[in-house]
Write a protein that binds this ligand. Structure first.
Ligand code: SAH
Length: 439
């Protein structure tokens, strides 16, 4: 979502004359779009700011001084602290106020002191942003839902992104049509809990995510639809049926479970048990037999014992994830888990993370290896590292390199996979063209 937000910031600044630069040195306005989800990401902001201030300082005597802005969830959570620790920052704004950027920039130029905009405004930023543009790409993100009301005990999102909000269906459909008109062939619908989507249609009736996806699938030339990130307790029948009925909905689902221990899941306030998760996976596989799953895990949540951790390892084996993100529990200020007793020592967290990541990596490599020799539809979306090489994605998000003519960009082609590497696949040539995009 930060990628999407950053693009929208560029969109809203374009009419007042800003365009993206290739390097920080060239910029008149540097925006650091930040993440507060774990301590490591948040601390990085201050070291990055120190580095950027050197650039600003070097430019100060010139006719083109530089401004520094801090955006995103660290700005939201620590606005005042940033002002104190980095007084050279000109603008600080949260994820819900960036539609006001042109005005903030103008105020900063008039030198009215540092600008801090981190309230949750009554108006929705989406009503004030220009239509998203395809910018010559074949894949795009599209935010449909934002914020979170779930209050997992480890998580800062409800405090930084705010309460759950779903965009109206017509706005989403218009944005999607616009992107497809500009050449986009794959859209990933975004939300902190994207499957809690309940946007109103023009009659005020609320649609769930499944209905929204089914409608979007009617858009001519929209070949692929994905969505992320889902909250397991809110995967409903309709969404599962959408996986059954809509071929454009890719058979790959990122469904964070966090732990394989019911005791820990309950302490996390996750609202799902391992039993519920298993039965969801069964139902999804029944609806779409070729579906694969990835997940998120937190190790070393307060009170996690060796037995709890073993349950997580067992669950990974049982479900057969094709990959996952895994993290050491990071105590976030103001969240209930930060104040829980029985915090797990860092050494134990590191050891557990290593064991879990080894297991997940092995599964990921095996999944990649299993594609060798198979024919797989790949959406060619960009240029590879070597001349003549294109890069695309399988339905399962694996990157594939292939030597193919440039005119195949934006098309779905069947490739025979020749080799699998840790993070990508390669194919020697296109064996046939598929998909509506091909003429
Ligand atoms: N809405 C999604 C989570 C998105 S946050 C869900 O409900 O599952 C992205 C991931 O960051 C989470 O899935 C979790 O694994 C990780 N995360 C969030 N807070 C964390 C914390 N305090 N410490 C470590 N990892 C955390």
């Amino acid at each position: 979502m930060n990628v999407y937000d950053a693009e929208r910031m560029a969109d809203i600044l374009a009419p007042i004359g800003y365009e993206l630069t290739a390097t920080a040195e060239d910029a008149d306005l540097l925006i650091l779009n930040t993440c507060h989800i774990r301590e490591k990401a948040a601390e990085k902001v201050y070291s990055d700011l120190g580095r950027l201030n050197k650039l600003k300082f070097a430019r100060a005597p010139s006719a083109r001084p530089m401004m520094i802005a801090v955006a995103g969830c660290v700005a939201q959570a620590q606005g005042e602290e940033i002002l104190q620790r980095a007084p050279y920052v000109d603008i600080i704004f949260g994820p819900q106020t960036y539609h006001r950027l042109p005005e903030m920039v103008a105020r900063a130029y008039r030198k009215t002191g540092a600008i801090l905009e981190t309230e949750f405004p009554l108006e929705s930023k989406f009503d004030h942003l220009p239509k998203p543009r395809a910018l010559g790409r074949y894949t795009a993100f599209l935010t449909v839902q934002e914020g979170c009301d779930k209050f997992c005990t480890f998580c800062v999102v409800p405090y930084t992104r705010g309460a759950e909000f779903s965009r109206p269906t017509t706005d989403v459909i218009d944005d999607a049509k616009n992107l497809v008109k500009g050449g986009v062939r794959e859209i990933t619908l975004l939300g902190q809990n994207v499957n809690s989507y309940h946007g109103p249609d023009h009659n005020g009736n609320e649609w769930g995510l499944g209905r929204l996806i089914s409608k979007l699938a009617e858009i001519q030339d929209l070949e692929r639809i994905r969505y992320t990130t889902s909250y397991p307790a809110e995967v409903d029948n309709d969404l599962i049926e959408t996986h059954r009925n809509i071929p454009a909905l890719m058979p790959y689902l990122h469904l964070p479970i966090q732990s394989g221990s019911d005791r820990i899941l309950s302490a996390m306030n996750r609202h799902h048990t391992t039993h519920l998760y298993r039965s969801l996976v069964d139902r999804l596989r029944n609806a779409r037999p070729d579906i694969v799953l990835s997940s998120d895990f937190i190790v070393g949540f307060p009170g996690e014992t060796d037995t709890d951790f073993q349950s997580t390892l067992d669950l990974v084996d049982e479900i057969g994830f094709i990959g996952a993100y895994s993290f050491k529990f990071s105590a976030r200020p103001g969240t209930p888990a930060a104040a829980m007793p029985k915090q797990v020592p860092d050494k134990v967290k590191s050891d557990r993370l290593k064991i879990l990541q080894n297991k997940l990596n092995t599964a990921h490599i095996a999944f990649n290896a299993a594609t060798v020799g198979k024919k797989i539809p790949v959406l060619l979306e960009g240029h590879g590292r070597y001349p003549g090489q294109l890069i695309g994605r399988t339905p399962y998000m694996q990157a594939v390199h292939v030597y193919a003519p440039k005119k195949q960009l934006g098309k779905i082609v069947n490739l025979r996979i020749d080799a699998a590497h840790a993070n990508s696949l390669s194919a020697s040539k296109i064996i046939e063209k598929v998909g509506r995009a091909v003429t």
